[in-house]
Design a protein around this ligand. Structure first.
Ligand code: ATP
Ligand code: MG
Length: 249
């Protein structure tokens, strides 16, 4: 299968902190790939490098066949940050209009159609004229997701997209992600929520800036002889098992 994102021995150092420590990974096209790992494992740092807004200290990455940050990638990549990055003093619709324009939807009619579609998806149609500053935390999260999807990107990075989102809407988001996959869109998502992780086609567990283990849910369960993902991850932490030892390399 063609890979849409590839990282090779990425290292990212902040003053005194090695956020990524020789991380390699490859994400095939058209799937949902879940990045899991404890706080500080390096998930956000990896996403920021692949999106092209941070550069690695060493190593390389290729995303959609180009170096991250190439101008050709902007139109094709969607990115939802871990904390909503919205203009608080603009309305929901104005935020969407801004992101749609920045990401290259040139025709007004096309922008309007996409904005209506994503508003419906996140169930915010009646709130389009509300100022973002007046919304609840979960609603801001929904608008933030809508902004990352508005330009119909081919590759979407979602950094903990459902934090603070209620269960029924969370399920609707995941149904939508699966629909996007069936249209050939690739999603790379970080999460701490185990039932979400179980809906990913492939999972990568990060710890201390390294990819500890990678595979499908069933591969990871059988490698760890566990029946639940949460138990599998605790076992991995405990035993220091990695892909090679688990026979998944
Ligand atoms: N701009 C920065 N300056 C200094 N250190 C940073 C910076 N960004 C990240 N780090 C450090 O790099 C490490 C990895 O952080 P990162 O945000 O990538 O983790 P994460 O896996 O996304 O965690 P979380 O689950 O809490 O979101 C942490 O030790 C963090 O403190
Ligand atoms: Mg993070």
């Amino acid at each position: 299968m063609e890979s849409v994102a590839m990282a090779k021995e990425l290292v990212k150092e902040f003053k005194g902190v090695r956020a990524l420590d020789g991380l390699s990974l490859e994400v095939p096209s058209g799937i949902t790939y879940g990045l899991l790992g404890p706080n500080g494992a390096g998930k956000t740092t990896l996403i920021r490098i692949l999106v092209g807004i941070a550069s690695p200290t060493a190593g390389e990455a290729i995303v959609l066949g180009r170096r991250p940050g190439s101008s050709g990638n902007a139109r094709e990549i969607g990115y939802m940050t871990q904390l909503p990055a919205l203009y608080q003093d603009l309305s929901v619709a104005e935020n969407l209009e801004f992101f749609a324009k920045v990401f290259g939807l040139e025709k007004k009619g096309e922008r309007k159609q996409r904005i209506d579609e994503v508003l419906e998806l996140v169930e915010m149609t009646g709130k389009q004229d509300s100022l973002v500053s007046s919304l609840s935390g979960g609603m801001k999260q929904r608008v933030s997701l809508a902004c990352s999807l508005v330009h119909a990107p081919k590759l979407i990075f979602l950094d903990e997209p459902t934090v603070g989102v209620d269960p029924s809407l969370r399920r609707a988001f995941w149904d939508h992600f699966k629909r996007l996959n069936s249209e050939g869109v690739t999603i790379i998502v970080s999460s701490h929520v185990m039932d979400e992780a179980e809906r990913c086609d492939r999972l990568g567990l990060l710890r201390r800036g390294r990819l500890l283990i990678e595979g499908s849910l069933s591969e990871i369960l059988s490698a760890t002889s566990e029946t639940k993902l949460e138990e599998a991850f605790l076992a991995l932490e405990r035993d220091g098992l990695d892909n090679e030892k688990a026979g998944l390399a």
